[in-house]
Design a protein around this ligand. Structure first.
Ligand SMILES: [Zn+2]
Length: 133
């Protein structure tokens, strides 16, 4: 569904406006999301061309693997972005969006890496890797 949303980190040092098609939310249970979010990461995704930075004063990128980087706020510590190398899209932590988002959670991914202190209780599709969009 096409829409326009605003999103920011806790201190608003990173603030964006998004347009166009927003992928519904993937809950990612991989170890990297766990270590940066403290639990699974819940991400939407938009095309690079559909994101406009209103503020990125405190945005810092961390090369989290040889194929990807993660964007976070160096002031409030929010984990905001996930970006695969050589792609034309960017994942945005869904909690950053101002409500109403009209987004829905659609799946759980990398469930084999999830921690053991919670259960996946929804009935959404589960994958042990990154499914094709
Ligand atoms: Zn911040």
């Amino acid at each position: 569904m096409k829409k326009s949303l605003t999103a920011s980190c806790l201190c608003k040092g990173v603030k964006i406006k998004t347009n166009g098609r927003h992928r519904n939310v993937s809950n990612c249970h991989c170890i990297q999301c766990r270590k940066t979010h403290g639990i699974y990461g819940a991400y939407s995704n938009v095309k690079d061309k559909d994101i406009k930075y209103l503020n990125k004063k405190t945005l810092t990128w961390f090369k989290s693997s040889k194929n990807a980087k993660r964007g976070f706020c160096n002031k409030c510590g929010a984990s905001i972005f996930f970006k695969f190398k050589n792609t034309d899209n960017i994942s945005i932590a869904a909690g950053m969006f101002d409500k109403p988002t009209k987004l829905k959670t659609m799946r759980n991914i990398f469930i084999g890496s999830k921690s053991d202190f919670y259960k996946i209780t929804d009935r959404l599709p589960k994958f042990n890797k990154y499914p094709k969009n």
